[in-house]
Design a protein around this ligand. Sequence first.
Ligand SMILES: [Zn+2]
Length: 182
Amino acid sequence: MPKGKFEIIRKCQICGAEFAAKTIESIYCSKACSNKAYRQRQAQLREEKKLDEIANKIDNRYDLINVSEAHALFGVCTVTIYRLIRKGIISHVNLGEKQIRVKKSELMNIYPLRKSIKETTKPIAKMYSMEPQDCYTIGQVTEIYKVSEKTVYKHIRQYGIPIRQIGKYVYTPKSEIDNLYK
Ligand SMILES: [Zn+2]
């Protein structure tokens, strides 16, 4: 059989070896490399499915997410997320060991969502009421969540949670505090 005009030298995407491509679609040098590519693709699909499941469980009413949720939404490895935190590129709240929270809205300014993630994961506009009945006093927060007043104020500052002083009490929205410490 005469050599087809499509025979071109390509580099195998798996092993890197150069080979003569028999058809225009050939991208692997051998059956072994082709099988390996197939297995890699299957593993990738399984991983993506796992990430989709994590992403779909995220409560869209809130902006705070943990690091594995950030990984699931944006496909950015957790090491990169920690580096962004260390460099001060994104803000974070540390609620204790392995309890770091970051803002989805900030990450969305840097990274696109993973392809399979629906646009509905965009955070909706923040709505909170500053009416006293919808707020905790700082004292209540320390009691309910067993955190010191100093820590509460630190988190409020770090995270831009609104406060309102009425008389001698400082109020902060229940929804934001519950989201932070839940
Ligand atoms: Zn190969």
